[in-house]
Design a protein around this ligand. Structure first.
Ligand code: EPZ
Length: 422
């Protein structure tokens, strides 16, 4: 099992490039099930979750090939026919985003058998809204030994209101509705850039979708979809993580191949905290420290608010800021596991339910810490970069799920991180 040994206390200096967004690539891969023609996806990040989704497509009997390109991988996927409409527990438990095959399988093949994903470290993560929405489109849903058994004689357009804003719930229904008969309206839909990117791909495949990126999405069903060639958007959470890495080490870093427009809430917060962030055009951000860091309260929100996937990284930054900051996690019920590990490095954090109070500035000292989930792990790397001495981060496979060789990118801007197995 891989670990990182991090030598902290060095300001980062230099240039780093963003990879494609894992959370745009995963729904895009699922969307390829909606046609028998080849779908080409580019700027695909070289991360574990993409490999898991390829294994799932393979399990379904869908051919896919990958080619290394200068910026990310090029994936070609062709779902000519379906050998086996089952997404097995062994794969779904590894990656809950596997549920994204549900909508496309039912829409194209009229049948799907997908394991219930179960919870994860950050919360219960139910998919009740995915299921209710697909039922509204005419699918029959049955639970069977931990599996969702879904069938339809043909989906029909409907209006569905999401009680809670859900990213993959919106994506699942949007994909299914592309082949439903008539008009589907999704109310209180997720507005994340990854939802919008998926709609762009689906329209390139011949779908008729309007309103993606707003809270009301209209999908007019078509009889079939065709292939497309689509580059996925940059990973805004990876970019945000690199911006924080510069702020927390008092360094000077440029991040290119980014989509500046996807990071407005993060940029605003960083500036409030005294991190000098400048946009050099629409695809490059430059960070340099312009004074002591200041404590700033944070509320995580659905897009365009401050993303929950940046909350752990923000907490690491706030340990180095003067004053007390209150961090409120409004999306998931258990997303402060990283706090306990940072406290072992010397941080002063009090967790009370969905709120964490960070009192800084506290010097961090290197320690052995344990990663628990993808973004918590990234925040421990950031804390290690700021700490005096060596930090050993265990269970690095969590990081590899969503960051492309993060240690190589950070070392190129002056970090000293060694990956090793034992
Ligand atoms: C997506 O997860 C992302 N994953 C997550 O990123 C991200 O944290 C999350 O959106 C929020 O932005 C992918 O896109 C693959 P949700 P998702 O459904 O869609 C509740 C990462 O680090 N809910 O938007 O699973 C749910 O419990 C990952 O890359 C229901 O109640 O999240 C949560 O409280 C972590 N019923 C809230 O909605 C449902 O049917 C938002 O969850 C669905 C969701």
């Amino acid at each position: 099992m891989d670990k990182f040994l991090i030598e902290g206390g060095r300001p980062l200096e230099g240039r780093v490039s963003a990879s494609g967004a894992k959370n745009a690539a995963l729904p895009a891969m699922a969307a390829s099930l909606l046609t028998g023609q080849p779908v080409v996806l580019r700027n695909i990040p070289r991360v574990r979750d993409i490999g898991t989704m390829r294994s799932l497509l393979d399990e379904l009997g869908v051919d896919s090939s990958v080619k290394h390109e200068e910026h990310g991988n090029r994936l070609e996927i062709q779902a000519r026919q379906l050998l086996n409409p089952v997404a097995p527990y062994e794969l779904v438990k590894q990656m809950r985003a596997s549920v994204l095959v549900l909508g496309p399988l039912v829409a194209r093949f009229g049948h799907a058998r997908v394991s219930l994903p179960g919870g994860c470290a950050i919360g219960a993560r139910p998919i009740n809204l995915h299921l209710r929405g697909l039922e509204a489109l005419g699918a029959s849903v049955r639970m069977d030994h931990g599996y969702i058994e879904m069938r339809t004689e043909g989906l029909r357009g409907a209006t569905f209101h999401f009680d809670t804003i859900t990213v993959t719930g919106t994506e699942n229904l949007m994909m299914a509705a592309t082949l439903a008969e008539g008009l589907t309206t999704l109310d209180n839909a997720a507005r994340e850039p990854e939802v919008e990117d998926l709609a762009h791909l689906l329209n390139e495949m011949g779908a008729s979708i309007e309103g993606a990126g707003t809270d009301t999405i209209r999908i007019r069903g078509v009889s079939s979809l065709h292939g497309a060639d689509h580059p996925v958007i940059p990973d805004r959470i990876e970019v945000g993580t690199f911006l924080v890495s510069a702020g927390i080490t008092g360094g000077h870093v440029c991040v290119d191949r980014a989509e500046v427009g996807h990071l407005a809430a993060v940029i605003t917060k960083l500036r409030e905290a005294g991190v000098g962030v400048r946009a050099n055009g629409p695809h490059e951000l430059e960070v340099e420290k312009d004074g002591a860091l200041r404590a700033v309260d944070l509320d995580t929100q659905e897009y365009p608010g401050f993303p929950t996937d940046m909350q752990a990284q923000w907490m690491a930054l706030m340990t180095q800021a003067e004053g007390a900051s209150v961090i409120s996690e409004n999306i998931f019920e258990n997303r402060f596991l990283h706090a306990l590990e940072m406290m072992r490095m010397g941080a002063d954090i009090t967790v009370e339910g969905r709120h964490a109070i960070v009192r800084g500035k506290t010097p961090l000292s290197g320690a052995k810490v344990q990663a628990s989930d993808l973004r918590a792990s990234a925040s421990l790397v950031l804390a290690g970069l700021a700490a005096q001495g060596e930090t050993l981060v265990d269970r690095v496979y969590h990081i590899d799920r969503g960051y492309e060789r993060i240690e190589e990118k950070l070392n190129r801007v002056g970090a000293r991180i060694r990956r090793f197995s034992e």
